[in-house]
Write a protein that binds this ligand. Structure first.
Ligand SMILES: Cc1cc2nc3c(=O)[nH]c(=O)nc-3n(C[C@H](O)[C@H](O)[C@H](O)COP(=O)(O)O)c2cc1C
Length: 439
């Protein structure tokens, strides 16, 4: 039996600090780099391409978290994913600096009409030669709705609207027939209007009458990514996505999740095997020796400010943790926010109780992802287990200090995975879809 090869993505934000809180203050973070300048992104992209990653995954929020103490003070004070620039603006910089690396941008459907979303993504797909993915989100955080002056809608409503949103995007992306463009200079006919279909949509949430403004892009539509984790969210992901992301702290949780998702993908939505990849989050701290790796890990943890951690947790879980005793157990609390990520801390110690204070630090370090600390061989062992026993098709590597954490992974872990036959030696295709769905 051939053992599957890992897919890799670098998980990051277009800002001063990605997910791991406090990393901007790490002595190795962005030494000589300015996160707001193209050079930093070009270097990071080339590093990931050197490591044959499928793509850079750019997460996003539309506004600073404001759930903790009903204020965004701590978010701003500790750079909790703040400041964060608009993600799609760096896509052409990343794909312009590389030939194969894809870029996945998180774009919220909450405040943008599907018509302009479809147009923007088609444009990016052209500019990248077919290397764009869209991480579909619908804004789960109150701060985003506050910033846009809107009343936050509940989860069920968001998913209903999202279904129709996708329906309209698909109509637009499929509205040009493959041979619609004639480009005959002699007659002056550029395109056959009979083959560029006007989209007429009258739905519950959206209306549209117009032709898609962009000719078919190399991938036809962006690769679709999703990370919904509620029951409804898992169905949405299983129906639409080509890569599904999850944060699962133990192999047992991974196995349960993979079985559930595989069943939804195949049985509920009748999609064929291999059309969806399950990508699990991991954080790695690698060095030549275990002692060195452990020392690095301690240095990383020392950067995390507890107050910033609580602000982040409050934002993601939609609960004001300023009102709680830090010694209270997280297991006794229910949250309205991202359920799947909350489970990552509920099960951080395989179900053993975790206090709010401990959970905040675990979460702020890497969103509850398994943290792999050790030599390249230690880390490759774990990744193999996650694939073979947990059902992972690949991994999104959450950043610590940048660009160093990706350089170290590419220099140390990638060759070890290749030596074991668990990672590609070249890109199999030219588009992101080819690479993601290929080996
Ligand atoms: C690994 C992972 C990454 C995510 N990244 C983002 C993100 O960048 N922006 C965002 O708005 N939501 C993000 N989410 C949230 C989900 O996509 C989803 O919107 C959220 O989980 C709410 O849906 P649910 O209730 O079905 O889980 C992420 C979730 C996970 C598990």
């Amino acid at each position: 039996m051939t053992r599957k090869k890992a897919h890799l993505l670098g998980f990051i934000q277009h800002g001063v600090n990605s997910h791991a809180t406090g990393m901007w203050r790490h002595p190795k973070d962005k030494v000589g780099w300015d996160y707001a300048s193209p050079g930093y992104w070009q270097h990071m992209a080339r590093t990931m391409e050197r490591g044959l990653f499928d793509a850079m995954f750019i997460a996003d929020e539309l506004a600073p978290y404001n759930t903790h103490g009903n204020s965004s003070d701590l978010t701003v004070k500790y750079a909790v994913q703040c400041p964060t620039h608009e993600p799609s603006t760096i896509a052409p910089i990343i794909t312009g600096a590389t030939k194969h690396l894809g870029v996945g941008v998180t774009l919220s459907t909450a405040f943008e009409h599907p018509y302009s979303m479809a147009r923007r993504l088609s444009s990016l797909d052209h500019l990248s030669g077919g290397r764009v993915a869209w991480n579909v989100v619908s804004s789960y955080s109150k701060s985003e709705w506050d910033a846009y002056g809107a009343e936050m809608s509940e989860r069920g409503h968001r998913y209903e609207r999202l279904e129709e949103y996708m329906e309209l995007c698909y109509k637009l992306w499929n509205s040009w027939e493959p041979d619609a463009i004639i480009a005959d200079k002699a007659s002056g006919i550029y395109a056959d209007p009979g083959k560029v279909h006007e989209v007429i949509h009258e739905g519950e949430f959206f209306k549209c009458r117009g032709r898609h403004f962009v000719a078919p892009s190399p991938q036809g539509q962006p690769v679709l990514w999703q990370a919904g984790s509620s029951d409804r969210g898992r169905d949405f992901a299983a129906k639409h996505a080509e890569a599904i992301f999850a944060v699962l702290p133990t192999v047992n949780r991974m196995r349960d999740y993979s079985r559930d998702l595989d069943q939804r993908v195949r049985e509920r939505f009748g999609r064929k095997e291999g059309s969806v990849k399950l990508i699990f989050g991991v954080q790695t701290v690698v060095a030549e020796t275990r002692e060195e790796a452990q020392a690095k890990y301690e240095r990383i943890k020392a950067c995390i400010p507890l107050e910033g951690a609580l602000a982040w947790m409050s934002g993601h879980f939609g609960l004001d943790f300023s009102k709680y005793d830090l010694d209270e157990y997280i297991q006794n609390i229910e949250v309205p926010g991202i359920q799947g990520l909350f489970e990552s801390i509920l099960y951080a110690r395989d179900g053993a109780p975790v206090t709010i204070g401990e959970a905040a630090i675990i979460y702020a370090q890497g969103m509850g992802m398994p943290v792999l600390v050790g030599t390249p061989s230690d880390i490759a062992d774990k990744l193999e287990t996650f694939m073979d026993e947990g059902g992972a098709d690949g991994f999104m590597l959450i950043a610590t200090y940048t660009p160093g954490c990706f350089e170290e992974f590419v220099d140390l872990v990638v060759p070890e995975l290749q030596r074991r036959g668990r990672y590609r030696n070249a890109y199999p295709g030219t588009t992101l879809r080819d690479n993601l769905l290929g080996d």
